[in-house]
Design a binder for this molecule. Sequence first.
Ligand code: HEM
Length: 437
Amino acid sequence: MKVAEAKTRPVPSGPDEAFDLNPDEATFHKLADWVSKYGDIFSVPSVNRQKPVVLINHPDYIKHVLVSGHENYVKGSGFEMVKMLLGNGIIVSDGPFWRRQRRMIQPAFNKQVIAGLTEQMKLANRRLFSVWSQHAESGTEINVTEATNELALEIILRAIFSNDYERITGGTNANPFAILTESVARDLQLALKFRALTKIVHEAVAHRRASGVEQEDFLSIFLAARDKDTGEPMTDKELVDEIMTLIVAGSETSATTMNWAWYSLATNPDVETRFHAEIDSAGYTDVPGFDDALQLVYTRQIIEETLRLYPPVWLFSRKAVADDALAGFAIEAGTEILITPYFLHRHKDFWPDAENFVPERFDPDAVKQRHKLAFIPFSAGPRRCIGDFFGIVEVQLHLGLMARHFRLRLSPGQSAELAPEVNLRSKYPLMMQIQKR
Ligand code: HEM
């Protein structure tokens, strides 16, 4: 074989059957089988796509697609549904438009802004705290899945609109955005309802512009952002697309992380004991603030371990723009590449005893020993999640407040099954008993 040929062999074939890989349960079960059978790179014939889809499950290959060779990879076709919801928001756009938007939005995610926004996170947590206190008092169980969905939605809406939050949502009961936590199906009907929400966001933007008042929130930062080349601000349409994007990208992901964190704590008592020791000896009196959150090192490791075992974005895709070589295999232009944080995070070469919940894996020394790209709950490279730090701080504050006062235990008969959809949810709401500590 000539050298050139050796470098570009066809990707090893996987299963013979044609199958459309999507973020759904059927795909999840197929992949569980195929990843163990066919290894770190294989192709799957597709029903609807023109070419076989290539699945990669090794940090080196993922590094090529997301980091070193990222210029050649755009978002895959799995983002079409998301596009329907989010117009051309930053999570689905590509190329120069994406770059411009990312640059304009990035300042909203610097440390100082997030520190300021923890005030909004505290407000939302205080509301939930009083609800959970009543349940602890009366001995009634709580629906953790529902509570964390509502909490994360409230937090992102408050981060965007701060003092306008109450006006826009009309109080928590009438919150028109609640359809986002209530609708399980990501279907056309949801898309239509969702587009109706954009009207509310349009009005909120107009109201803020007219008021001329600057607030400490994402909306004011986005309104002030200017294109570095043209000096132009975002148009209203662009602004609304980006706000809707943040609402979607920044609520269910954080909510499922909180959900699985409570589940993991309840089922790993030794971890919970060490966690309580950290929480109880921390210096805060009320809801932890930004500086307190930075001190909650073990809590952060618990969140990272939760994200390893239950990565909310358990599957995502890219598409090759031009022909490429990956791991010595030929990737034709137009080929879709699938990346599955869920299976990567259980890869036996990088994660011994992968099924066990061991936050100590995220001790700095242990992290140094590991391939950097073996842990990608937030993706990697230039398209890495812009809200990664926001999300971690948000979950830290929530756990740090609630666990100081309450212990959560699974209700009798409660189990947790995975529901691998766009996000990795729990199939049934997680019902838990809440006791005062
Ligand atoms: C634990 C919580 C979160 C997880 C696991 C998560 C995960 C991810 C992942 C995997 C991606 C990349 C998808 C891809 O490469 O195709 C992403 C992108 C993104 N996330 Fe997050 N996310 C979280 C929280 C948040 C929050 C709180 C926000 C906003 C406040 C946010 C906003 C975004 C945005 C705007 C993008 C698109 C970035 C770009 O394409 O430039 N995320 N997220």
